[in-house]
Design a protein around this ligand. Structure first.
Ligand code: NAG
Ligand code: NAG
Length: 234
């Protein structure tokens, strides 16, 4: 009778796993908080489960949504900083240096072609640099106060992950075959960041509903317009 079970398709295995994770998420409310269960709420559960074991203990062993979100935001910010530094240095080495500046540092230089002729930054590098800048902007929220950021971040991440836009070129790994080794590394770093953001977005609705209901003044989460207006007020 169990003869056909060995032919189980991967899809038929995903569903029980999903239930398991959802059950774990519900169980979390009663004591043992399990942030990994949030992976079932991401747009790419398989990537989330792959990324989860790489998270630092501070994130992976968080005790509640607030701690998880706070640590996750710090970790994401750090990873984005790493990636933007890499992109910046790659752009610096692909952009031709100013001959006047070179002459200042290397007086013996005689206008040698080898120093000035560099390949311009490729499409993949430029796209990754731009996308990394965009996610950095989302997390820093125009330098809004830290405690005012979560609802704004939630809004912008929702657009990113559920807004129906195609994912950025850098997310696909710039897979048109023209990217260099360095670009491929940068794209890999970005894919990782993308999964982190997806996971961070997964915890935000619960985190925000909790903070709203436990707020002293029992206010609802401010609407985007109110938040934006408040943040631009002097
Ligand atoms: C790379 O991204 C940064 C941050 O968004 C931006 O200021 C810079 O102009 C970008 N560089 C290029 C060459 O596009
Ligand atoms: C995030 O959302 C706020 C409010 O909707 C908006 O004003 C802001 O421009 C967005 N930031 C980014 C980086 O998309």
């Amino acid at each position: 009778m169990a003869g056909s079970s060995s032919l189980a398709s991967p899809r038929s295995l995903q569903l029980p796993l999903l239930f398991l994770l959802v059950a774990a998420a519900i169980g979390g409310a009663t004591g043992s908080y399990d942030p990994k269960a949030l992976c079932s709420k991401t747009t790419d559960m398989a990537s989330c489960l792959k990324v989860f074991p790489t998270l630092p203990d501070k994130v992976a062993k968080a005790q509640d949504n607030q701690e998880f979100y706070t640590q996750m935001e710090l970790y994401c910010g750090f990873k984005i900083y790493e990636a933007s530094s890499l992109a910046e240095s790659m752009i610096a080495t692909t952009t031709a240096a100013d001959p006047v500046i070179i002459a200042t540092f290397f007086p013996q230089w005689k206008g040698d072609e080898a120093i000035t002729t560099k390949t311009p930054p490729g499409k993949c590098l430029l796209s990754c640099n731009k996308t990394i800048g965009e996610v950095d902007d989302i997390l820093t929220c125009g330098n809004t106060y830290m405690e005012d950021r979560p609802p704004i971040i939630h809004q912008n991440l929702t657009i990113l992950f559920h807004g129906g836009h195609p994912p950025p070129l850098c997310k696909s790994g710039c897979s048109d075959g023209s990217s260099s080794e360095g670009e491929a590394l940068l794209a890999t770093k970005f894919k990782y960041i993308w999964s982190l953001l997806d996971l961070m977005e997964a915890v935000l609705p619960e985190y925000l509903s909790k903070t709203a209901s436990s707020a002293k003044h029992k206010t609802t989460i401010p609407s985007p317009d109110i938040t934006a207006a408040a943040s631009t007020a002097p």
